[in-house]
Design a protein around this ligand. Structure first.
Ligand code: GAL
Length: 349
């Protein structure tokens, strides 16, 4: 039997057993080029975290002797597709995409594959296509930790009256965060221990959308609620602005995600109760290493698989941590993600 067919059969068998990913294309061009070239297509740089992702990813790729082309689409799907087309034209050896809209970017993955370029989906899932690899955090667990934090604070014999602010409908992660929250809340809602008095999705994760949702909830219900389940720190910030206007800041339990600096400061001050820390350093540096392996056609071990509507995508899910006033120093400060002086600056006499 010709050796190439034997190799494919063995690698397929191996990939099933170990979650091994054998990269497509890439290798040819990378081999020719001195330094591999990685394309990074981003949804936006509006939220603080994405600027950190970009910088850490770029530094890691350059440290490994390769180059990066970064394009940001400002939350516009047509622009993101154009970005990907231009990166393909520039013959990148591998593509890393943070989709604004997971479904809209399926076309981008197909175009990349037609050019023999492998694609890594970063943090957010691209759906309905033969995606090569997905690297993210345990997003369902993010939602579970946010909801668990609230239900652990239901007063004895009491009830928790809740406003829920979900993320962007275009973002598959927003649905996974909600799913995790529902896993914890649904039984308690059924038992009458939790009452959702208002809920909505924040367009494009905008803080101003979250503020509007909170204003509408207060207009409808007055100040008669106990907590806001905000899906990330940006939306938590918008909600807390509305609470501040009503003299309710610090009296309502507010959740978050991302450990933005402003959120860590609010937690130190007491106007936000928690956030979920997702070590950006680990996702950015691992993404750089994986993108280079894809570019050079090197095998990758991916122990998880996430169904994206077309296939079970080989995936790597990273762990996360709940951050509260009590463990700010032991988590984001200890990890070097936040400086103690920055976080506690506003609480100093
Ligand atoms: C999600 C991401 C979160 C949050 C949000 C807004 O996809 O997982 O960390 O930042 O986007 O950008």
């Amino acid at each position: 039997m010709p050796s190439r067919i034997l190799l494919i059969l063995v690698s397929c068998a191996l990939s099933v057993v170990t979650g091994l990913v054998i990269a497509r294309g890439g290798a040819g061009v990378a081999a020719a080029r001195q330094r591999p070239l990685i394309g990074l297509s981003m949804d936006t740089l509006k939220e603080e975290r994405w600027q950190v992702d970009r910088d850490l990813f770029t530094a890691q790729v350059q440290a490994a002797g390769a180059d990066v082309l970064v394009q940001s689409a400002n939350s516009n799907d047509a622009v993101q597709l154009q970005n990907v087309e231009s990166l393909i034209t520039q013959k990148v050896d591998a593509l890393v995409i943070i989709p604004h809209d997971g479904a809209a970017m399926a076309k981008a993955v197909n175009l990349a594959h037609q050019a023999g370029i492998p694609v890594l989906s970063y943090d957010r899932l691209i759906t309905d296509c033969d995606l090569d690899l997905y690297l993210t955090f345990d997003n369902v667990k993010v939602g579970e930790l946010q909801a668990k934090f609230l239900v652990d604070r239901i007063p004895a014999g009491g009830k928790l009256r809740l406003i829920r602010i979900y993320g962007a409908k275009t973002d598959n992660n927003a649905k996974l965060f909600k799913q995790g929250q529902d896993n914890i809340l649904q039984p308690l809602i059924a038992a009458g221990k939790v009452e959702v008095i208002f809920e909505d999705w924040a367009e494009d994760w905008k803080p101003e959308s979250a503020k509007k949702i909170t204003n509408a909830a207060i207009t409808k219900n007055g100040p008669n609620f106990d907590a806001i389940l905000a899906s990330n720190d940006g939306t938590a910030g918008g909600a807390i602005q509305a609470l501040t206007e009503e003299g309710l800041a610090g009296k309502i339990i507010v959740t978050g995600q991302d450990a933005d600096l402003a959120a860590c400061q609010r937690i130190a001050q007491g106007t936000q109760a928690m956030t979920v820390y997702k070590p950006i350093k680990s996702i950015a540096t691992q993404a750089a290493e994986l993108a280079l392996k894809l570019a050079q056609g090197k095998p990758i071990i991916a122990r998880d698989a996430v169904a994206n509507g077309k296939t079970d995508v080989p995936s790597i899910l990273l762990d996360i941590v709940t951050v509260t006033k009590e463990n700010l120093r032991g988590t984001v400060v200890k990890d070097g993600f936040r400086k103690e002086s920055d976080v506690f600056q506003s609480t100093q006499p």
